[in-house]
Design a protein around this ligand. Structure first.
Ligand code: FES
Length: 107
């Protein structure tokens, strides 16, 4: 199991134990993480699984592929350099301790 912490915009922390090999978006849904809605079912076409990855964890992730980057770029109001889509991230032991920050749902 890999420990991952989702943090809401108001500071509320949601530490979860994620199975290695799981899709991070599914982990978020299974743990009722607010703002991880996954409306397209993980086909990288909705942006509703967006998170901000704490910068020190970015090198541990494979860079976003073209489709993910296009989807992130379309989220003009919220995208940042550390934006990622959780449906495109597989949990691996290297991610143990990773911190992800969630969108403000009021934006
Ligand atoms: S679940 Fe739709 S883009 Fe990730």
């Amino acid at each position: 199991m890999t420990k991952i912490t989702f943090i809401e915009h108001n500071g509320t922390e949601h530490p979860v134990d994620a199975e290695d090999g799981a899709i991070l978006m599914r982990v978020g849904q299974a743990n009722f993480i607010p703002t991880i809605r996954g409306e397209c079912g993980g086909t990288c076409s909705c942006g509703s699984c967006h998170v901000y990855v704490d910068p020190e964890w970015l090198p541990k992730l494979k860079p976003p592929h073209e489709l993910e980057q296009m989807m992130i770029d379309s989220l003009e109001l919220v995208k940042r350099d550390n934006s990622r889509l959780t449906c495109m991230i597989l949990v691996t032991p290297e991610l143990d301790g990773m911190v992800l920050r969630l969108l403000n749902p009021d934006i």
